[in-house]
Design a protein around this ligand. Structure first.
Ligand code: HAM
Length: 423
């Protein structure tokens, strides 16, 4: 029996992988424009990083982490997300000591969560994320949100909804927490066992429960926005006014709760509103995490960021029928007739490639007609034909595949000729 790919994972094959490269390039270029620099961290970390960072009452840590013991008895986890790792690196490498603050970073790579696979939900998925550490200016919140929206817009997505909320500071959250406990406690027996455990430990998590989401107490639960103290409220107002001044559209949704514990103040998600998009409409999630750096052992440092998966982004592009401008074809295909011409073809091909021109030839000893067919399959822009006559006259016959026009070109100027055609 053949060996199957693990559940919830996928191969990205040639033809598809170009989309990923294009998306990563657009996102990376925009990050540069916003002055974010790339960071790369390991795919596995000590498990404790995530239990402490993401939170031990979250689904991610309780149910979805790929944990294992290495041969030295250490408890390690495949990273389920990137923020905790970036913060660990920020602390470990003392990036806070750099005069150039805030530290603005982006990353991309595979993340792992043992979830029930379905459309848009994988066990291995690739996140592109951004973290800005060291500033508590609401303008940074607005910058991070506009960068996320900017990436989607640059890629051609239009049917998007940016939803924002504020979870407030410690004081606001404490007041809200008590209100939530009072709200749910009398009828907590009607909720699932997870929610019963969450009541005292982390009642905010109840609002995020997938099982109990239709319970009538969910709709009437106290809204965090009614518990924001003056400072938190003013902060949230400023974020909104910056977004408005940048023409970034948003809606405020006081029920937005994120699935990770490290958030305070600004929390946000970007949803796809494209028709026919699957049940999971969240494309991107993020928010502010002012206590996380300290939690991981660093100095008190505010932070904010977001992450989105490329899998869901591609699904949104498909739902909106956006075609990315990707040319997978070759610029020049060399058709050779006869042994001598074939040998010369190898030389010309090499020269083309040295000049950075994507080019190809036949390697299956095909007849001329079949070589032309192969050139078509490669979507060649130009086909260069060399036979015995051409060789004798030191010429190449170049055919423009779009117009059908042909011209004789001196062998010595062939590469320059193709180059000039391609600009
Ligand atoms: P998250 O909401 O857990 O946040 O994930 C962010 C994004 O990752 C989601 O919006 C979705 O696009 C993608 N994603 C999550 N799970 C899956 C999955 N199983 N399959 C496919 N895509 C998935 C975080 O991870 C935070 N670290 C975001 C953040 C950065 N907050 C502050 N900075």
């Amino acid at each position: 029996m053949s060996i199957q790919i693990p559940r919830g994972t996928q191969d990205i094959l040639p033809g598809e992988v170009e989309k990923w490269q294009y998306i990563e390039k657009v996102a990376t270029d925009l990050c540069r424009a916003y002055q974010y620099n790339e960071i790369r961290t390991p795919i596995f970390e000590s498990s404790e990083l995530f239990t402490r960072g993401v939170g031990d009452t979250t689904d991610i840590v309780q149910k979805e982490m790929y944990m294992f013991e290495d041969r030295g008895g250490r408890s390690l986890a495949l990273r389920p997300e990137g923020t905790a790792s970036v913060v660990r690196s920020f602390v470990g490498n003392k990036l806070f000591g750099n005069a150039n603050q805030p530290t603005k970073l982006f990353y991309t790579g595979p993340m792992f969560r043992y979830e029930r696979p379905q459309a848009g939900r994988y066990r291995q998925f690739v996140q592109f994320g951004v973290e800005a550490l060291g500033s508590e200016d609401p303008a940074i919140d607005a910058e991070v949100l506009s960068l996320a929206m900017g990436i989607y817009k640059k890629l051609g997505l239009r049917k998007l909804k940016l939803v924002i909320n504020s979870l407030g500071d410690g004081g606001s959250r404490q007041a809200h927490r008590e209100a939530l406990i009072n709200h749910f406690k009398p009828r907590i027996g009607e909720f699932c066992s997870d929610c019963q455990n969450r009541l005292e430990k982390n009642p905010l998590r109840i609002l995020d429960c997938k099982k109990d989401r239709d319970h009538e107490l969910m709709a009437t639960a106290p809204s965090i926005l009614d518990y924001l103290n003056e400072e938190s409220n003013a902060y949230f107002e400023k974020v909104q006014s910056y977004l408005t001044s940048m023409d970034v559209e948003f809606v405020v949704d006081p029920t937005l709760v994120r699935g990770l514990d490290y958030y305070n103040h600004t929390a946000f998600e970007i949803m796809s509103e494209a028709e026919g998009f699957g049940a999971i409409t969240t494309l991107c999630g993020g928010g502010r995490y002012n206590g996380l750096v300290q939690e991981i052992g660093g100095p008190e440092t505010p932070g904010i960021g977001f992450a989105f998966s490329i899998e869901r982004l591609i699904a949104a592009l498909e739902a909106e029928k956006v075609a990315l401008p990707i040319h997978q074809g070759v610029d020049c295909y060399i058709v050779a007739m006869g042994e001598e011409a074939k040998a010369y073809g190898v030389k010309l091909l090499h020269q083309l490639r040295e000049a950075g021109i994507s080019s190809e030839k036949d390697y299956l000893d095909r007849k001329v007609k079949a070589q032309f067919k192969s050139a078509d399959r490669h979507q060649a822009k130009y086909v260069a034909v060399i036979g015995e006559n051409e060789l004798q006259e030191n010429k190449v016959n170049v055919k423009d595949m779009a117009t059908g026009e042909q011209e004789e070109v001196a062998i010595d100027s062939f590469v320059d000729h193709i180059k000039s055609k391609l600009v």
